[in-house]
Design a protein around this ligand. Structure first.
Ligand code: FMN
Length: 128
């Protein structure tokens, strides 16, 4: 298990867009969310990112066959090894929850959400 702290937290605090990848038999599938959506719910239990799922139907289907998820976050407002601008890849597993505490929290902030896309982060790798 990884803890989302330090630069990874700073990146999630500043990113405009967060990109999320899953896999199907056909290959990679990328979707996105807004950074401020991730910040509205906030990191849960130190390593969970919770995203309001309005769509993500293909993503959810993919997760049923392979629950691995990779998330890419970047910002020019966070300093990296070569000056301003860095990013990281968060790897872990995910599921779309349609009941429970995180679902209720998501619905309270985003009434349009059909579920909570919960990503459990296991590893953080920095880029740049
Ligand atoms: C910048 C950006 C932010 C998005 N935010 C969300 C979001 O928070 N929730 C959501 O369900 N879809 C969001 N979408 C749409 C998804 O990326 C995706 O296209 C859609 O949910 C369909 O997912 P699927 O291909 O897994 O079925 C966003 C798209 C963009 C480009």
């Amino acid at each position: 298990m990884a803890t989302i702290e330090g630069k990874a937290k700073e990146l999630l605090d500043k990113a405009e867009v967060v990109v999320i990848g899953t896999c199907s038999g056909d290959g990679i599938h990328l979707v996105a969310t807004w950074g401020d959506f991730v910040r509205t719910i906030g990191i849960q239990d130190g390593n969970k990112i919770v995203i309001p799922a309005g769509g993500y139907r293909q993503t959810e289907q993919n997760l049923k066959g392979n629950n691995k998820v990779e998330v890419l976050v970047g910002s020019k407002q966070v300093e990296g090894t070569q000056g301003m601008g860095t990013g990281c890849r968060l790897s872990g597993t995910g599921e779309v929850q349609t009941s429970g505490e995180l679902y209720d929290l998501t619905k309270s902030e985003f009434p349009w959400a059909r579920g909570a896309f919960v990503i459990h982060v296991d590893e953080i790798e920095y880029m740049l």
